[in-house]
Each structure stands twice: as C-alpha cells, then as structure tokens.
Design a protein around this ligand. Structure first.
Ligand SMILES: Nc1ncnc2c1ncn2[C@@H]1O[C@H](COP(=O)(O)OP(=O)(O)OP(=O)(O)O)[C@@H](O)[C@H]1O
Ligand SMILES: [Mg+2]
Length: 284
C-alpha cells in the first residue's frame, strides 16, 4: 500500500475500449505505470496510439474500461461522477492543445474563475490570478481577451489556469502543438520548471524530441501499448514535414536527401515533401 500512497499517479492494468462489437477500438491496452511526485514525464507516440485517451484517464476525464487509477493514494476509478469535478479542480491542472480558454473572458478572468470555483472570494481569487499571471510574465496583458493574445501568451494563460488551485498534478496534451518551435520549446521548459522547482508532477504529451533530454521519464505509446521507453527495436526519427517523432521502422514512407534518410508519418506528409522538399529542412 505504501507504494500506492507515495506515488503521485499510479495506473494498474488500464484498458480502454471505445464502442462495441465490430466497431470496438482498443485505444489503451493493459497499461501500468508509477509516477513519483515531482517527476517530469513525457508521452510520445504516433497519431492514434492512445496518448489523449491515456491522459484523459489519468485526469479523470474518461473512465477506463478496466483497471484502476490512483492519484496521490486515492483510487479515482472508485469515485462517483459527483466526486470527480471536485477532484479535478483541486488535484489536477490541465493544459490542452487549443488551450480551451473562454473567449469572452480576459486572461485574468480565465484564471480567476477557476479559483472562485474552488470557493475562494473574488478579491482573493483576483489577487492570486494576478500573481500567477505575473509569474508567467503576463502582467501587461491581464485584461486582454484570448483572441487578442499571441499563441505563446495564450499558452501562458492556460498554464496559469492549470496552476490556479495549486494542484499537485499537471496534465498537458500536446501543449506546444499550436506554437512555433521556439515558443513551443519555451512552454515545455516552463512545464519542466514546474516539476523541478515547484515539485509538481507533470505529464505532457509532446512530439518535440528535444524535450527527451530534460524529462525524468519518457513513455512511448504504440497501438495502445505503453512502455517506459521506445521498444528496443524502435528507431526514432522526426518527420521533417509535421515535426512529429515517429518510429522510423514503421514510417508511412521514406526518402533520402544528401545521403541522409528521412521518414514520414503519413502519406500526407510524404506528398507534401515530394511537392516542395526545399520547404522542409532536415530535422536536427
Ligand atoms: N470517442 C472515441 N470513440 C471512438 N474511438 C475513439 C474515440 N476517441 C479516440 N478514439 C480512437 O482511439 C484511438 C486512440 O485515440 P487517441 O485520441 O487517444 O490518440 P492520440 O495518440 O492522442 O492521437 P493524436 O496524436 O492524433 O492526438 C484512435 O484509434 C482513435 O480513433
Ligand atoms: Mg491526442
């Protein structure tokens, strides 16, 4: 039991099947995992491999078909629907790819309402929202609406919102997917600091291979099967068109340029490359 309560997150044989009968899709197969507090964990894997499904199960946004999930010692799969919103509000912070900010609320209000939802009075919630946005260098944009902000600024509002109630667990699903490479890397770096300097447990889905170097644990998902590193036979490569990290041995297509092999995630990226190769520099 002690390992269970020491873990920030623990998955016990999680399986998720969407739909039934012939239409059934097994998105996650028998995944087990222990994440300790303060770890910065990244999840990589091809499109459709089950990353969002797994993250949603960790965040109690989706129930597994089988298996158990413990968050800080609580078996969240045993909780009722009514207990889940409170758990999410206090124990978890979410950062989604499209940031999910409320369009008609300012940066400050987007953060404040999450704090107020946790029972804090408006004035105190407002002060906390300002402080958090200030820490993320957003003081000058407190009263801007999301569509008046740049992608990187929206990202910072989303991170401030995820931190609003000081949750121990931060879950981020491709938080850099809509950002240019430099801004995206800065966002991942911010998540890394949350783990390293503030002791948060961070689990982030990313395709940015540079993040591997700073992660404490790298998880690889392929066809719903979770492993703690790419399978031994995997050969990681970056698709020069979309930037995704893929297993080159299962690439949808290959090309060679200046004697260097290139791998592509899909026919779409391959076609784009064939049409306009010069647009896509080789990945570092
Ligand atoms: N609500 C759903 N109903 C049925 N099938 C689903 C549903 N959501 C996801 N799936 C399927 O489950 C599998 C895993 O999907 P998931 O979204 O978890 O993949 P992913 O790794 O996040 O992909 P991506 O990198 O494209 O975001 C896919 O085959 C997908 O089509
Ligand atoms: Mg996804």
């Amino acid at each position: 039991m002690s390992a269970r309560s020491d873990a920030a997150l623990r998955l016990g044989s999680i399986t998720k099947v969407y739909g039934e009968g012939e239409a059934a899709v097994t998105a996650v197969r028998d995944a087990s995992l222990v994440v300790t507090p303060g770890q910065f964990v990244i999840v990589m894997g091809p499109s459709g491999s089950g990353k969002t499904t797994l993250l949603s199960i960790c965040g109690a946004l989706l129930r597994p078909t089988a298996g158990q999930v413990w968050v800080g010692g609580t078996d969240i799969t045993a909780l009722t629907e009514r207990e889940l919103p409170g758990l999410r509000l206090r124990r978890m912070g979410f950062v989604f790819q499209n940031f999910n900010l409320l369009a008609n609320l300012t940066a400050r209000e987007n953060v404040r309402i999450v704090i107020e939802a946790n029972g804090v009075r408006r004035s105190a919630a407002d002060a906390r929202a300002r402080e958090l946005l200030g820490q993320l260098r957003m003081t000058h944009r407190l009263d801007a609406l999301p569509d008046q902000l740049s992608g990187g600024e929206r990202q910072r509002v989303a991170i401030a919102r995820a931190l609003a109630n000081d949750p121990p667990l931060i879950l981020a699903d491709e938080p850099t997917g809509n950002l240019d490479s430099k801004t995206g890397y800065q966002a991942m770096h911010m998540l890394e600091l949350l783990a390293k300097e503030h002791g948060k447990t961070v689990i982030a889905v990313t395709h940015d291979h540079r993040v591997q170097d700073v992660a404490d644990l790298m998880l690889w998902l392929e066809d719903g099967v979770l492993s703690e590193r790419p399978p031994e036979e995997a050969e990681l490569a970056r698709d020069p068109v979309c930037g995704m990290v893929i297993n080159a041995l299962r690439a949808a297509g290959r090309r060679e340029r200046d004697g260097e092999p290139l791998s592509f995630c899909s026919e779409i990226c391959l076609e784009r490359f064939d049409r306009e190769a010069a647009r896509y520099p080789s990945p570092e």
